[in-house]
Write a protein that binds this ligand. Sequence first.
Ligand code: SAM
Length: 225
Amino acid sequence: MSRPQADPYTEARRRLVRLLKEQGFVRSRRIEEALLKVPRHEFVPPEYRDSAYDDRPLPIGYGQTISAPSIVAYMTELLDPAPGMKILEIGTGSGYQAAVLAELVGPRGHVWTIERIPELAEWARRNLEKTGYSRRVTVIVGDGSLGYPDEAPYDRIILTAAAPAVPPPLEEQLREGGRIVAPVGDYIAQELVVGEKRGGRVVYRRDIEVIFVPLVGRYGWQHNL
Ligand code: SAM
């Protein structure tokens, strides 16, 4: 009897997630399951499909990248999303991080994600559509450093582009008790900061060093390099 045809990328995805667990980037069962489920190869340009399960960032055009799986896993652990939450992401890129978050918020939650490059936003929408996440993710074209006040407040906010400081509108749009994760620093290198809103103020702690493409906008950098 022949076995049903498996997705040829499933084994590569399992291997990658096992490695990320061993290395400590994946710590919780829920995030492990989300990473096992979302097909990263559907979020990279066709010429990079065979590298989709290597732990490295890949070019997605327009000078931008899809982040390495280890950083997606690590930031998702820091963000700690739960079912039913409202999440705002700045920097849609491929839509992959948004899809991982959509898995974690479940059918009662929602993810709003903002991308400044219209062509990338359109590509991300198509990636989310073909992988079945489009109902749980809304892709918006615009300057994400201004946030998205229409749906505020958010339980969680994640920035996936490097900012000189956390944009004030994002702090305002975070729910009391909510959490924000962002790479903050200069053009060359940044560190992840994790903020929690208590008594109307966001209090931060610093985490690991990272390297992200710049946030370009009103509360980001004025120009791309
Ligand atoms: N999260 C993405 C993924 O899963 O593929 C990767 C994000 S990529 C490292 C950073 C993205 O932020 C780029 O697509 C870039 O165009 C976008 N970006 C930069 N400045 C922005 C801004 N002010 N508003 C929205 N998106 C911005």
